[in-house]
Design a protein around this ligand. Structure first.
Ligand code: DGP
Ligand code: NA
Ligand code: NA
Length: 203
């Protein structure tokens, strides 16, 4: 049986990294193979350029950085797909939805933003960690990266809500780490309990 392809999305500081790690433990406790991946993957040569942009040390036009983020997904998707085909459950911290949400929040056309990710692997489940604007304003631990400010993040959140489709589950991310994880596990268990999965699709 193939693995599941599960994506966690959300604004910055929503707790995605912690939750992906806990979810991996949940799979391992059930003797299931499970690996984590993260976009942007800052270790490739494209990823190094993306990292310089995010840290403010390299300027790029909104369109150029958007295409680099997308290319970073395209350069890694085949290897991720073969893992899933070989039975590895894959949990991915951000995906193409971040691409469309962050760039369209800058005012670019949302359909243009979505178009370059067309054909990527379709997730079995998207867990959207939703942080209300009120919770976000209490999280004062924003770092120094270019997108990490409240006004922009609340625009990003609105864009995420425009992008949701039937593979999405909205998770209230303002609860405790344990509460959020419990809600995530409920959705994942529903999928895990299926006798077989539909073939992997390309979006
Ligand atoms: P992270 O390493 O998860 O903190 O993500 C880096 C930052 O880049 C974060 O602010 C979200 C943003 N981001 C992630 N993917 C994309 C994308 O495809 N396009 C744009 N414009 N921003 C993205
Ligand atoms: Na960040
Ligand atoms: Na993160």
């Amino acid at each position: 049986m193939r693995g599941l392809f599960i994506v966690l999305e959300g604004c910055d500081r929503a707790g995605k990294t912690t939750q992906t790690q806990l979810l991996q433990k949940f799979f391992h406790a059930r003797d299931r193979k499970c690996e984590l991946a993260k976009f942007p993957d800052r270790t490739t040569s494209l990823g190094i350029t993306i990292n310089s942009y995010l840290q403010g040390s390299q300027a790029l036009s909104d369109q150029a950085i958007h295409l680099l983020f997308s290319a970073n997904r395209w350069e890694l998707i085949d290897s991720l797909e073969s893992k899933v085909k070989n039975g590895v459950n894959l949990i991915v911290d951000r995906y193409a939805y971040s691409g469309a949400a962050f760039t369209s929040a800058k005012g670019l056309d949302i359909d243009w933003c979505k178009s370059c990710d067309k054909g990527l692997l379709k997730p079995d489940l998207v867990l959207f960690l939703d942080t209300s604007n009120k919770t976000m304003s209490k999280r004062e631990d924003f770092g120094a990266e270019v997108y990490e400010n409240l006004e922009f993040q609340s625009k990003v959140r609105e864009q995420f809500h425009l992008l949701k489709d039937d593979s999405w589950k909205i998770i209230n991310a303002s609860g405790t780490i344990e509460e959020v994880q419990a809600e995530i596990q409920t959705h994942v268990l529903t999928l895990l309990n299926q006798d077989s999965y539909a073939p992997i699709q390309r979006n």
